[in-house]
Design a binder for this molecule. Sequence first.
Ligand code: ADP
Length: 479
Amino acid sequence: MTALLINRKNYFAGAWQTSDSGRTFGVLNPATGGLIGEVPDCSEAETNRAIRSAQLALPAWRAMAADERSRKLKKFNQLIIENRKELSQILTTEQGKPLAEAEREILYAASFVEWFAEEARRVYGRTVPGPTPERRIIVTKQALGVCAAITPWNFPCAMITRKLAAALAAGCTMIVKPAPETPFSALALAELALRAEIPPSVFQVITGDAEKIASALMSSTSVRKLSFTGSTEVGKILIRQSAQTVKRLTVELGGNAPFIVFEDADIGKAVKGAMFAKYRNAGQTCVCVNRFIVHESRVEEFAAGLCSASSALKVGNGLDSGVEVGPLISIEAADKVRALIEDALSNGAKRLSGENISAIGPCFIHPTILSGVNKSMRLWNEEIFGPLCAISSFKTEEQALELANDTEYGLASYFYTKDLSRAFRVAEALESGCVAVNDTVFAFPQGPFGGMKQSGYGKEGGQEGIEEYLTTKYVMMAV
Ligand code: ADP
C-alpha cells in the first residue's frame, strides 16, 4: 500500500515512534495472505510514556472551552469524510470487508465524531433546592481524566471513534490499543486527528503486545477508565484487572443474537433484514444474527427466501468490484466456522445451501444455511462470526422467547411481526440491550448501543455515550 495515510510508526508521547526494542509485527491481507506492512511491537515502557503524556495533555484539553473542543472534533469529522476513499482502501486491505462496506464504516465512524462534537456542548449539570435556607446543591459533570480503549478488528475505525470521540468531547485524553490485525486504520485516524489540530497526546495509538500494554494501562492510577470491545473471555480478564485501581469500564463483549420470525411477519421484509444482519462484514459483527428462530408455519418459506438471496451474493476479495462477502479475518476464524458447521451437521442439522471450502482462498466461506438447528449444537451457544445461517423453529410466542433468551449473552435481538401488542410485549421480554423490531440496523450514533448479561455493560452512542467519560460532582454550597 502506498497510501498517504499509511503509517508504520505509532503515535505517542508527542511523536511518531518505533518500539524501544525496534521489534515490529506483520499485518496480513486476509484476502490474499500477503504482508501489508509492519508496525511497532510496543510493550509496557512505551505505554507508560504514553500515559504520562496523556496526563500532561489533560489539563489544557479538559479546560478548553467545550465549543473549541467541539470545533476540533468537527474538523476531525470533516477530514475523515474527505479522506474516506483512502481510509476505506486501508480498511479493506487489512480487514477484508468489501470496499463499499468499508466506505460505509468510515462514514459511520465519522458520524460518531460529529455526534459527540455536538454532545460536547451539552454536558449539563443542575442545581437542586437545598435542605436548609443557606444551602445550595450544585451538580456538575467533569471529565474523568486519562482514558484507554482496546479495540477489535471487525470495525477498525468505528469501534475507535465511538469511544474516542465521546472521550475527547467530555474533555478526556485517550490512548488506543487497536487490534493487531487492523492497526493501520487506527494509525491513519491518529494522523487525521493531528491534522485537525487536536493537540498531541490527546489521542495516542500504541500497537504491540496486548497483555503487556493492557497490564500497564490497567495498573496505572492515572488511567481512570477503559473502554473495551472484544471477546467475553478477554473482557472478564480486564474486569478483574480493573479492580486494582477501581477503574471505570465500558465493556462491549460477545453476542448471540436471536432473530425471531413470527407467523404474521412480512417474510419478504424479514429476509431482506436478515441479509443485512447476517452477512454484514461476512457475519463478523457482535450484533450479527446467530440464531434464526422461525414459526413452524413460515420456516420453509423463510428458509427458501434466505437461500435464494444468499446464493446471489458475490464472494471474493473486498477490493474487487461487486463483491458483497469478503474473507474472514484469518484462517483460524474460517476454520472455527467450518467446525461449527460440521458439528451442527453431525448433530442432525440439514445443509440447505453453501460451501465450507472455497476455491478463492482459505479465509473464505460461502454463505451457508442450515436448518433443523437445536440447543445441542455448538453454534447455539457460541458466537458464529461467519456467513452461516442457523435456522430453528418454534410453535408459540412463549417458546420463541425462551429460545431467544437461552443464552448467556444479551447484546442484540431482532424480530418480525405485524402485531402491535406483540411488538411491545416481545421487545420488553427480550434480554438484550438492543432490540430491533421489523428492522435490523443499529448502526446510528443517536442510539445508546450496549449489552446486558455477559455481553457487557456501559453504552456507546446516544446521550448516554458521553456520560461514560464523565463523573458527577456534588457541590454543597453554604451561602
Ligand atoms: P477477538 O477474538 O475478536 O480478536 P479479543 O478479545 O481477543 O477478540 O481481542 C480484542 C482486543 O483485545 C484486541 O485489541 C486484542 O489485541 C486485545 N486483547 C487480546 N488479549 C488481551 C488481553 N489479555 N488483555 C488485553 N487485551 C487483549
